[in-house]
Design a protein around this ligand. Structure first.
Ligand code: ZN
Length: 256
């Protein structure tokens, strides 16, 4: 009898040990790793350009930052290029720094043989984008189900000056949902350090029809805006504003 009870006790403790070991050694479900990928858009064509996908590995918004839609607006494509190195703590950041790569290389608004890229996006709900490049960009916005889109541009004069039709120093958004409070706070933050009235950023509505920002806002429900600096200021100031606006957006979304 004693022998049997020792055997039972031995067996019980063995089971207990096995249970403890299995708990200690249990492998937690694999967390999604953070990653950075480079994807070639319009690969193999004259429009080929790189897009970067920075994944935090944690759920959160998908934000897309675009530069170089117009090749003669350097603060846009340089600032976008710098965003590639942003570290995010949640969601996904997609950066397309040189959307119209050939125009950027030639420092022109758009390169010969191709019209204004910012008029090539759909102008109706089921419409399609025009041309290889706009088609490639538009398919990415849809594929990654972009929640927020910032398109970096520049104007030649200040939007606040009545004499000018330029939209330099402005944020032009597509009003959807409660997006106004987000874009207002970006403009407010930038203006808090600007002492000259006409140099302040204006908050404007409705990006032009056919623009990436307008199409994404109107037809995909994306919270999108065009951000314009003014080329009358130094490049370093313009880069500061572009990056500050992008980072304020990411901070508002708790991604930084
Ligand atoms: Zn532009």
């Amino acid at each position: 009898m004693k022998r049997v009870s020792i055997k039972i006790r031995w067996f019980t403790s063995l089971l207990l040990m096995a249970f403890i070991m299995s708990t200690v050694l249990a492998v937690p479900p694999p967390a999604q790793a953070s990653s950075k990928d480079k994807v070639a858009l319009a690969k193999g064509t004259v429009y080929a350009t790189n897009m970067y996908i920075i994944r935090s590995g944690k759920p959160g918004p998908v934000v897309m930052i675009v530069g170089g839609v117009h090749g003669n607006e350097p603060a846009g494509y340089i600032a976008a290029g710098r965003m590639i190195n942003t570290e995010i703590k949640k969601g996904t950041l997609i950066v397309l720094p040189r959307a119209n790569n050939r125009a950027v290389e030639h420092k022109v608004r758009y390169y010969k043989g191709h019209g204004d890229l910012n008029r090539d996006f759909p102008t109706s709900k089921y419409g399609s984008a025009d041309g290889t490049l706009a088609k490639a960009i538009w398919s990415m916005v849809k594929k990654y189900d972009v929640d927020y889109l910032m398109d970096m541009h520049e104007g030649y004069n200040y939007a606040k000056l009545q004499s000018s039709s330029s939209v330099g120093q402005s944020l032009i958004y597509y009003p959807t949902g409660y997006f106004r409070s987000t874009v207002s706070s970006i403009v407010y933050k930038l203006n808090s350090n600007i002492s000259t009235n006409y140099r302040e950023f204006s908050l404007l509505r409705y990006p032009a029809r056919g623009s990436l920002s307008r199409a994404a806002g109107q037809y995909l429900g994306c919270k999108s805006f065009i951000f314009e600096t003014c080329t009358k200021q130094t490049l370093s100031t313009r880069l500061y504003y572009q990056q500050k606006a992008a980072k304020t957006l990411l901070s508002k979304l708790n991604m930084l």
